[in-house]
Design a protein around this ligand. Sequence first.
Ligand SMILES: [Mn+2]
Length: 449
Amino acid sequence: MSLHKLFADHIATVSSHAEKTLAHAAELEASYDGIVFHAGKQDYYHADDRAVDFRPAAHFARFAPIQGPEHLLLYRPQATPRLFQVAPADFWYEPPVEPEHPYGEVLDVVRVASRDEAAKQMGDLSRCAYVGNAPRAAAALGVPLPHIEPKTLMAALDWYRGFKTAYEVHCIREANEQSARGHQVVRQGFGELLSERRLHAGYLDATGLLEYETPYTNIIAWDAQAATLHYQSKRVHTPDPGAVLLIDAGGVVHGYASDITRTYANDRAPTVFHDALDRMEEMQQELVRSIAPGRSYVELQTDTHRGIAAILCDLGILETDPDAAMTRQLTLPFMPHGVGHHLGLQVHDVGGRQTNPQGEQSSPPPEHPFLRTTRELDTGHVVTVEPGLYFIPMLLEPHRSGAEANAFNWTLIDELIPFGGIRIEDDVLVTSDGFENLTRPFCPGHRDT
Ligand SMILES: [Mn+2]
């Protein structure tokens, strides 16, 4: 299907989501005639003329794949969404480069030089809601204060973002293909023991992304650094020992992200680490195969810990049986994060803890406070599946003298701490009859080529 057709169908669906959103708001909150989506205002560093890297607000970006601040999208029921594309006359900076994308043939596009010029053409917005990061801009447009990001309206918008259109799945798939090129180059660089910084540069080169364009800060961590979950530094020196590499890096196509993690180990890593890596790969693929509509993400988290308990006991890292390890919560220090999250325009996409479009929430179980998704999976959702197993000194330390100290094999754990940890992550589409792994066709596992 052509991108034009995909995008036209996408806008039809997104418009119906906006219409349902207005209906929910009318029922529970207030009636609005339409919604003004703002790309957002540009921020600057304090007392500086240097701009902070700008990313359009995701609710805006769902309608229009254009870069840069200040654009406005006016949605009114039964009308073609109207995009006011702002391109200021400027000889210091180039206006945002036009994407190769047929949005201009699907949306009603009005090109203006400023937000004020757009405001003049937008007419009376006093009965519209505003979605964006600039309340003052909303006021200047004539939107009343209580209409700025009303709670029910935002909850419904977040909820419907969970259901990806065919166009959105297409973009996420392409973002996977793009980032897989970077992962392949980094995997080669792993064999050559390149520094984190050189691996990062190779990743950007292979994907064609500028640093500020990546959907999140690349995590490229040698050895013990892999145990810092969002390790953001990139060391310049040759790794020592240079045994394990964890890379968590994504791509972005028309605003939609991919989020992929791989862990590699060479013969400098101990056998038990290789065994753990192979077992984690098996488990991760098993978890992916369990994805289907109706699957509880909280259960996916529990199943992950059950799998980790078995691995830790089988490898002798825990000296107890898996059932006891679960009851005594001994896996928690080895995997202190959620097994994944919704993925889309935001890497950690919105609505993951909602139980309905009205905005009711379901909290994660107390032992898994960082689980971002408690929502029951449904057809069209895209989630990551990313179990991890780490040797994090800060989390293990209290157990050395705690009541459960004897259940841990401290000799083995101390041998493993220099090798950081393992995480394996794919992006998975929930289909009507199960799942589609959007990552594996492009990015193989650590044992495959
Ligand atoms: Mn992730």
